[in-house]
Design a protein around this ligand. Structure first.
Ligand code: SF4
Ligand code: SF4
Length: 410
């Protein structure tokens, strides 16, 4: 969870913002990456729980987890109170995810009857910054956690740990990027790290470029280690570095101001934050980029596959193509108009108003039957200094072409 969305990126309350997936599969889905059932040949259960814990943790590390631990199954009382309080104060900004049902998302016992332990893993997704755009082609930035399928890799690594449990006759359900559990709190209780003032979980010695997930099991594994003490000290770089002042107090992100959440919300992008959005299309990494523990880590060599998106190309693509490219992301109502809305704001912020392709795209969207898109195109055109459309041009009527959905004003 990063700042105010989901999991890693930065939504502040334990959610990543990636598309929610079916939470918990029934144990009958043996072999699935999300649930592992006991071996059909019967439970082996020939290990002590201490030995089993060691095997499970080793399997997770071998599968690529940067850190893995075990937390007890208990209600996350303090987290539940915080979720309710922030909802009452409006800080969730309409965000659902783990806010939808705090009684559920703070009670791991509801995920699996007889749950006795949580195996919690963190997968490193550090990536290099997006490359500079090709001159003349407006480009949008994607947060690192969304630039590759890091949750797929996380589920796969957790699956390796779950398989060890299943082979010993225990049930194991994988929960990652899911509304069923506040993953940051599970990780904190497993001793993986501490909450930063940006509301992310920071791993001891290695920062916050990680996604988090759990395996809920009925094996009574002993919890690992001590909880990690706060490591922020007097630092406040994330509070000062947030482009919209969304971190309103240490550890408190107001989703109504958080770009990561606003890019995932429905409706018009708030006027007061459009310029601050800059070139971000999905997610925001700023409060992690400025964080000293992250900056001390060695520079990651690779760039995420989708770290940068060609804005004009996106605005010319059809619905099916967009969902094929970006359907892994959390897109409200699975409607790509929200991606186009974000892209139009980016275009207004980064494009050259004398480029004929930019002008043609904006003029076309100004006549779009979806009035939300038309409004954002008009804002972008104005920001780029384009003259208002002439009556003759406007009379050419609504544009038809890629991306035209039913007219709407929501
Ligand atoms: S820097 Fe600010 S706007 Fe960006 S994710 Fe962090 S809290 Fe949200
Ligand atoms: S930037 Fe500083 S205050 Fe913010 S999370 Fe990182 S260490 Fe903590």
């Amino acid at each position: 969870m990063a700042a105010a969305g989901r999991g890693r990126s930065v939504l502040p309350h334990g959610d990543s913002g990636l598309r929610p997936v079916p939470t918990v599969l029934p144990p009958s889905r043996a072999g699935s990456l999300r649930a592992a059932a006991p071996s059909p040949t019967g439970p082996a259960r020939d290990m002590t729980t201490a030995d089993l814990r060691r095997e499970v943790l080793e399997a997770g590390r071998r599968a690529g987890l940067a850190a893995v631990g075990v937390a007890p199954v208990e209600v996350f009382e303090s987290t539940r109170r915080i979720l309710h309080r922030r909802k009452a104060q409006g800080h969730h900004g309409g965000m659902q995810f783990t806010y939808r049902n705090p009684e559920r998302s703070t009670d791991p016992g509801r995920i699996l009857p007889g749950a006795a332990a949580l195996v919690v893993g963190a997968l490193d997704y550090a990536r290099a910054a997006a490359p500079e755009p090709v001159p003349g082609r407006p480009a949008a930035r994607v947060a690192r956690y969304a630039s590759d399928d890091v949750y797929g890799a996380l589920r796969s690594a957790l699956g390796a740990a779950a398989r060890v449990l299943a082979d010993q006759g225990y049930r194991a359900v994988i929960v990652a990027d899911d509304n069923a559990l506040v993953d940051r709190e599970a990780a904190r209780r497993a001793g993986l790290g501490y909450y930063g003032k940006n509301s992310n979980l920071l791993l001891e010695n290695s920062g916050s470029w990680v996604v988090l997930g759990s395996v809920v099991t009925d094996a009574a594994l002993p919890p690992t280690g001590e909880r990690v003490a706060d490591g922020c000290g007097p630092c406040r770089r994330c509070l000062d570095g947030c482009p919209t002042g969304a971190i309103v107090a240490p550890g408190v992100v107001d989703a109504r101001r958080c770009l990561a959440w606003l890019l995932q919300a429905t409706g018009d992008f708030p006027m007061e934050f459009r310029e601050a959005l800059g070139d971000r299309l999905y997610g925001c990494d700023d409060c992690q980029e400025v964080c000293p523990p992250n900056r001390r880590m060695p520079e990651a060599p690779e760039v995420g596959e989708q770290a940068s998106v060609d804005v004009l190309d996106l605005l010319g693509a059809g619905d099916e193509e967009l969902m094929e490219r970006h359907g892994r992301w959390y897109i409200p109502a699975r409607d790509p108009r929200h991606l186009r809305r974000n892209a139009l704001v980016v275009l207004g912020n980064v494009a050259d108003g004398s480029d004929p392709e930019v002008v043609g795209t904006l003029r076309s969207y100004q006549r779009h039957p979806d009035r939300m898109l038309a409004r954002h195109a008009t804002w972008a055109a104005k920001r780029l200094g384009l003259e208002p459309e002439t009556a003759t041009a406007a009379a050419a009527g609504p544009r038809r072409g890629p991306g035209d959905g039913p007219a709407g004003d929501s």
